[in-house]
Unconditional design. Sequence first.
Length: 204
Amino acid sequence: MINIGGRISTIRTAQGLSLREVCNRLGWEHTPRLSQYENNNREPTLAVLESIADVLGVSLQELLFGQENTTTATHIDESGTVHIELHRPTSSGIWQAYGKIITLNKDMLDSGTQINALRAMQIENDQMEPYLSKGDFALIDTRCHEIIDGAVYLIAFGNSCVIRRAYSMPADSLLLNPDNQRHPPMNTSTHAIQVLGRVIWRGG
């Protein structure tokens, strides 16, 4: 028997996502629907499974049958090298894989890092120079949603995604600061943005 519900739950919890967070990304108002899928009390359609896979940043094949055995899937090989697939983030929180990978030694990551919660992306602008330059790679831990002042986060708001250094401000607001002073900082409500994860590694 294919335990799709169990796999949805396992992947979701490994990424530190709550039922509510996943439902928000899916555009679902209520959480019982997803809970019923995870408990195998309700059978999702193929279209629903594709949407869930997109939101969780995995392939439909992995959601249906388990971790793919492929060199492009995120994994650690026998030599201790971490292979992480490159993704493009979207403002809805969906990560779109595009087939390329980066590699790094697992010793460069904290011991508690969960590999399947990591997403790699390539920087496309100069807004975070000198910390991140155009063409650099950034590794995002999608479990890290709590703001630590001065840490760097991938933030979704409106129809955009940006990487910014974040600072908590009074009245439930955030200062999102680009390191490159040629670009303006932004002060916004915590309710107007979605934290997609924290940058835990960078490389060129």
